[in-house]
Ligand binder design. Structure first.
Ligand code: KIV
Length: 257
């Protein structure tokens, strides 16, 4: 699973065979220049979901409930239905045991839900601490994961949870776990596409497979330099009027029009 926020990236992820293309609310900090996930609105998410949907044919299309869009069952069902009408296959929501009634309501309305426990940016902010380091916290995570599954969640994201606790959760649940900073033993992994491409700062939990910033900066500077020194455009980049038509235009110009 990978986050995705735009049409061209969606086409590439789908062609590459990514199983779950995910429009995360990390849209806010990664694309829109917001300072936190809390600023992301339903309108922001729907705009980007529709763009991503145009590029996805095979993958499962998952979308995040933005902050407060799932504040109660009524809002959650109404907002999730808007996402389904925009092309989503399922919705993800952040939160612990308090989200059990919401997951139940969505499931009863036939909406597929991905739960998300551990670090929850909408609740804990952007600075992520590791979860599941003490007995009581590990127990709570394991119990919460089971309760969300019993409520009907079809998938669960484990974010910034100790590897051992993530492994126990993965072995306990009968639904797939998707880890981010949660170790090697989850059923799947998710990363923010910006972190994979090398946009923005490096993170311990992620891996850069490309250095987008350097490549993009080089391309921008190359274009700028060539325009300024006259090496772009060349004859290969231009179109011509046929010579006889040009002669007519030149004569017409000379004639005083
Ligand atoms: O919005 C997001 O990018 C996420 C991932 C961290 C899973 O929720």
């Amino acid at each position: 699973m990978l986050t995705c926020y735009d049409y061209p990236t969606a086409c590439l992820q789908d062609a590459a065979g990514i199983d779950i293309v995910f429009v995360g609310d990390s849209l806010g900090t990664n694309i829109l220049g917001y300072s936190s996930e809390v600023e992301v609105t339903m309108a922001d998410m729907r705009h980007h979901l529709k763009a991503v949907h145009r590029g996805v044919t095979n993958a499962y299309l998952l979308v995040d409930m933005p902050y407060a869009a799932d504040k109660d069952a009524k809002h959650a069902v109404a907002n999730a239905n808007l996402f389904l009408s925009d092309g989503a296959d399922g919705v993800k929501l952040e939160g612990g045991i308090e989200k059990v009634p919401i997951v139940t309501a969505l499931t009863e309305h036939g909406i597929e839900v991905c739960a998300h426990i551990g670090h929850n940016p909408q609740i804990h902010g952007t600075k992520a601490a590791t979860h599941g380091k003490t007995f009581s916290k590990a127990k709570r995570l394991i119990e919460t994961a089971s309760a969300l599954t019993d409520a009907g969640a079809k998938l669960i994201v484990l974010e910034k949870i100790t590897e051992e606790v993530s492994q126990i959760i993965t072995e306990t649940l009968n639904i797939p776990t998707i880890g981010i900073g949660a170790g090697r033993f989850c059923d799947g992994q998710v990363l923010v596409i910006n972190d994979v491409l090398g946009i923005g700062p490096p993170f311990k939990h992620a891996k850069r497979y490309q250095n987008y910033n350097d490549l993009t900066f080089e391309a921008i500077r190359g274009y700028q330099e060539e325009v300024e020194n006259g090496t772009f455009p060349t004859d290969a980049n231009v179109s011509h009027i046929p010579a006889d038509k040009l002669v007519r235009v030149q004569k017409w110009m000379k004639s005083g029009r």
